[in-house]
Design a protein around this ligand. Structure first.
Ligand code: NDP
Ligand code: HEM
Length: 485
């Protein structure tokens, strides 16, 4: 027996949590049973909107330990010196499934990291892939519509997916990763993470560098085939939660090697493609990887809803020394996430314990729903800015260096002059014969019911990557090889 007394939310001790208050033994319930009313009302409010994408997720807390000095690239306190540790939270996710989706489904995985740095939260909201399906944010909602349920059938639609992809050659790189072995990891510990976009770092001297972030699994890559995944899902829909949560509970702390690729601001000319294009990687031979540190997860959340479901990651959470790049996808994401959080969690979502920075917060924002926390400026008279009341002030020493841009404002065709085939080809050529055969089979397995005209259009794109790619998928589909004209 506990010696803690059960109470209402207002702290009043509860005498009986088994029996409602009724008029007579069999009688109706009295309106004055406020304990029953409170319990039912709370239950009705236990759900919030799920994330519009990446709804199913798994997460844990841990730390980054810096093992190499990169302070020449960035003044960010997180990279201050070798041995520096910073607390962090990672939430992994699938993109398309709802909150109750099975874990072992083929899909891109989200890999979101919140670094609780000394100068505010830095969120790196990436995926387990270094590239993405589209390169222009105007296409993101359309793309997501093809991944979610069809409005009439309420089923996922392979026709919509392949229709969109076959009309969007920039998707080929990510599509090839998705249907390769890495498209279905065994659990989050066994996959890499990537910041994916190009970001910028800037140092204490005001010099800017372009950067890509990589997190290489130290558990080794492990993947399911489609058949293995079907068997797993037949047993449990929660294989990732069980593996990640259980592993951490039993002291098996997953780790990743954090690495960066860096080029000085002026060196963008070394690329023969747009280095801010999210459908491209920076080849390692062109820009080698450098170590930064080790990321480790070592603590499970004590309440999943409070700490993982209510976690709010946003590419707009940047700190001095780390900034965006001109990547148009990243620019749109800087708007989209905080907007989503205000809708999903409410105005003051950053004050929730999981999102609250571990450094002082002094804003002049006021009031609003659930204004429950202390974010005062430290002085009740200083509630506007500028003031002569000693309130917090801007600090020009953390200003980002100016960015040189040029050009004419118009809607530039992002497909013009872009090679969508060379990098998927480089990836295809990395695969051994077994990997290629599984790629063909995985693609074909996802194309059930897709009209032939769409299949042929997609096979035409695969052929531009590599003739073997198209021929392999065609054979896996059981389609006749077209006679050359
Ligand atoms: P490298 O040979 O130097 O690197 C190959 C990269 O491919 C490694 O990072 C490896 O990851 C990764 N890889 C291996 N198998 C797969 C797979 N099935 N799905 C996704 N990634 C895989 O070559 P380049 O840098 O010249 O790149 C060649 C191709 O490799 C690219 O076109 C791209 O598709 C892919 N790639 C490149 C990355 C980059 O940042 N340059 C990052 C990830 C993929 P690991 O080291 O963990 O085994
Ligand atoms: C989640 C928008 C591209 C990775 C989300 C959410 C939105 C969104 C609205 C839900 C946020 C929430 O409710 O908490 C967009 C838009 C994009 C885009 C508008 C393009 C213009 C990308 C890309 C990546 C990515 C390119 C990876 C490189 C993620 C991840 C999550 C997420 C990992 C889950 C975050 C979490 O764990 O809470 N996205 N997204 N998204 N997105 Fe994107």
């Amino acid at each position: 027996m506990s010696d803690e007394r059960m109470t209402t939310t207002a702290g009043s001790p509860i005498a009986d949590n088994q029996n409602t208050l009724t008029a007579g033994r069999r009688g109706p319930v009295l309106m004055q049973d406020w304990q029953l009313l409170e319990k039912l009302a709370h239950q009705n409010r236990e759900r919030i909107p799920e994330r519009v994408v990446h709804a199913k997720g798994w997460g844990a807390f841990g730390k980054l330990t810096v093992t190499a000095d990169i302070s020449r690239f960035s003044r960010a306190r997180v990279f201050e010196k070798i041995g520096k540790t910073t607390d962090l939270l990672i939430r992994f996710s699938t993109v398309a499934g709802e909150a109750g989706a099975a874990d072992a489904e083929r899909d891109v995985r989200g890999f979101s990291i919140k670094f609780y740095t000394d100068e505010g939260n830095w969120d790196l909201v990436g995926n387990n892939t270094p590239v993405f399906f589209v390169r222009d944010p105007l296409k993101f909602p359309d793309f997501i519509h093809t991944q979610k349920r069809h409005p009439r059938t309420n089923l996922r639609s392979p026709t919509a997916m392949w229709d969109f992809w076959s009309l969007s050659p920039e998707s080929l790189h990510q599509v090839t990763i998705l249907f390769s072995d890495r498209g279905l990891p065994v659990a989050p510990q066994y996959m890499n993470g990537y910041g994916s976009h190009t970001y910028s770092l800037w140092n204490a001297g005001g010099e800017r560098f372009w950067v890509k972030f990589h997190f290489k699994t130290l558990q080794g890559h492990r993947h399911h085939t489609n058949a293995e995944a079907a068997a797993v899902v037949g047993e449990t829909r929660e294989s990732y939660q069980a593996d990640l949560f259980g592993g951490i509970e039993s002291g098996r702390f997953p780790r990743w090697l954090m690495q960066i690729q860096v080029v000085p601001e002026a060196d963008v000319g070394r690329f023969d493609f747009d280095p801010f294009d999210l459908t491209k990687v920076w080849p390692h031979a062109l820009v080698p990887l450098q170590d930064v540190g080790i990321v480790e997860l070592n603590r499970n959340a004590s309440n999943y809803f409070a700490e993982i479901e209510q976690a709010a990651f946003s590419p707009s959470n940047m700190v001095p020394g780390i900034g965006p790049s001109p990547d148009r996808m990243l620019q749109a994401r800087i708007f989209s996430y905080a907007d989503a959080h205000r809708y999903r969690l409410g105005t003051h979502y950053e004050a929730l314990p999981v999102n609250r920075p571990k450094c002082p917060v002094h804003t002049y924002h006021k009031d609003g729903a659930m204004r429950f926390f202390e974010n005062d400026t430290g002085n009740p008279d200083a509630y506007y800015e500028p003031n002569s009341m000693g309130g917090p002030q801007q600090d020009p020493s953390v200003a980002e260096p100016p960015l040189k841009i040029e050009g004419v404002a118009t809607r530039y065709d992002h497909r013009l002059g872009n090679d969508d085939y060379a990098q998927p080809r480089a990836l295809f050529e990395l695969f051994d014969e077994g990997e290629k055969a599984r790629l063909y089979a995985n693609v074909a397995a996802s194309m059930g019911g897709v009209p032939e005209a769409i299949l042929e259009r997609q096979l035409g794109l695969f052929a531009k990557v590599h003739p073997d790619y198209a021929a392999g998928v065609r054979a896996a589909l059981g389609l006749a090889v077209p006679v050359p004209a």
